[in-house]
Design a protein around this ligand. Structure first.
Ligand SMILES: NC(=O)c1ccc[n+]([C@@H]2O[C@H](COP(=O)([O-])OP(=O)(O)OC[C@H]3O[C@@H](n4cnc5c(N)ncnc54)[C@H](O)[C@@H]3O)[C@@H](O)[C@H]2O)c1
Ligand SMILES: [Zn+2]
Length: 435
């Protein structure tokens, strides 16, 4: 039996808030019609930054990179190396294909890098420099030619550490622009920014919705909005570690759901008590408490099957598994952005450094997509060749008859002309009917 030890006050996880959609639609129209002037107006309104040109100069970028301490530079380099290495290993699994499916018929596919990519790096509440590695660097490993990037100013000033990370990741153009105005500028293009073919990267509800609404005009990586965390645990761990892992991610924002699924009533109660103890001392408790009170849940299950079922229903962005056999969940769960298996790792490792991408699906998008990875920056495009006259005439005869079934006489004629020119009645497969 499944029962709630704590339920959420508000629901998040099925669809975007209609008021956010309306706000974003209006802002998109404003940028589409007003171009650079509108961008400047919105940047002043939302982020308090007034510039003639929001593209950072080489000198401004160099100041940010040179401003890092030795330790900061080392740590960013280390994180980027891990993310680059894993992305490259993933790229190496993506093989081009060429196969002879019938005598003389060659079919294949190639993974072609998307040429122009716009990467968003969030920075409203925290300067999330890690998102620069996750987006810019991954696009570069994919081989994308022009990779541009936007991040908002932090407290009215250029977010220097984000800019350093964007530059070290290999960004070709860096803009100090946030929110819908950044997404719209990259998606539509303005005098200041040439448009991109694809938008990538996480962000708040406005950013995620802007990408969603622009999809079609440009490609997007996935729907990656406010952070969500699910902890699945049994009595092999204690309340302190569960509470730490829940609140650690609740600090992202007041709309970040955190859920515990457990088969231990004692762990459920201990976690509740530990959350209260930690909220009294966590410096970011103001945000984390609101997220916990509004969106926090504790679900008590009896069996492992129930835990998997509830986990798949929640379809959380991050799923931290701390049970006696975490691989059970690796083998049986289907809806998650990323799994963090065992108590030795946790979501913060993935967020910052370990090498897997932290741009992950939210609002149940994990039902149909995984997170950002090098493959999202590649288009898998097919090609075909017919190597012999016999193959051309043989496929042509089928194509002709199948086109006629649909009433497509023009299509049939494309096939027939090849049967007439290349067919000498000695076909390799199927029966040729006179055209
Ligand atoms: N899903 C993922 O992979 C993932 C990864 C990391 C972070 N995140 C999420 O990214 C988000 C970062 O959010 P953030 O706000 O700190 O930074 P952000 O950069 O995403 O958003 C800041 C911008 O939001 C815009 N904005 C703020 N209030 C607005 C309003 N009322 N109307 C219109 N626009 C408004 C402003 O233009 C501002 O520049 C968090 O929710 C975090 O959980 C998600
Ligand atoms: Zn996080």
């Amino acid at each position: 039996m499944i029962r709630h030890v704590k339920t959420a006050r508000l629901t998040q996880g099925d669809k975007t808030d209609p008021t956010v959609t309306k706000t974003v639609e209006d802002l998109l129209v404003q940028v589409a019609e007003g171009g650079d002037e509108a961008i400047r107006e919105l940047s002043i309104r939302f982020d308090g930054l007034d510039r003639d040109n929001y593209r950072l100069t080489a000198a401004e970028i160099a100041t940010c990179v040179n401003g890092l301490t030795k330790q900061e530079r080392h740590d960013i380099d280390f994180a980027q190396e891990q993310i680059r290495n894993f992305a490259q290993a993933q790229r190496d699994t993506m093989l081009d294909l060429e196969v002879e499916t019938l005598p003389g018929v060659i079919l294949g596919h190639k993974h072609v890098p998307i040429q122009n990519v716009g990467c968003y790096v969030p920075g409203g509440k925290y300067p999330l420099l890690a998102s620069a590695h996750m987006t810019v660097l991954t696009a570069k490993v994919a081989g994308c030619q022009r990779v541009i990037t936007c991040a908002p100013p932090f407290k009215g000033k250029i977010a220097d550490k984000i800019v350093a990370a964007q530059a070290l990741a290999g960004a070709d153009e860096i803009y100090c622009l946030g929110g819908v105005q950044a997404i719209a500028a990259m998606g539509y293009g303005t005098e200041m920014i040439d448009p991109v073919d694809m938008l990538a990267g996480p962000g708040n509800a406005y950013v995620a919705e802007a990408k969603r609404l622009l999809f079609g005009k440009v490609g997007i990586d996935l729907f990656a909005g406010p952070t969500e965390t699910l902890v699945i645990a049994d009595d092999t761990v204690d309340g302190e570690i569960c509470a730490t892992d829940l609140l650690g991610q609740a600090e992202h924002g007041i709309n970040s759901p955190v859920v515990l699924i457990t088969n231990s009533e004692k762990l459920a109660k201990d976690t509740l008590a530990e959350i209260e103890r930690l909220l009294a001392i966590l410096p970011t408790a103001e945000i984390a408490r609101k997220a916990w009170e509004d969106y926090g849940e504790i679900i008590l299950c009896e069996t492992l099957e129930e835990m998997v079922g509830e986990g798949d229903r929640v379809a959380s962005e991050h799923v931290q598994v701390m049970t006696v056999d975490p691989d059970y969940f690796l083998n049986n769960m289907t809806n998650y952005g990323a799994l963090f298996l065992g108590a030795r790792t946790n979501v913060a490792f993935g967020d910052k450094v370990i090498g897997t991408n932290h741009t992950l699906p939210t609002l149940k998008a994990a039902r149909y997509t995984g997170g950002l990875w090098v493959g999202k920056f590649l288009k898998t495009c097919t090609y075909q060749k017919v190597m012999t006259d016999t193959a051309s005439a043989s496929i042509g005869a089928y194509a002709s008859r199948l086109s006629h079934m649909e009433g497509f006489v023009g299509h049939a004629e494309q096939a027939n002309i090849r049967v007439r020119r290349f067919g000498k009645r000695n076909v390799a497969y199927g029966a040729v009917v006179d055209a």
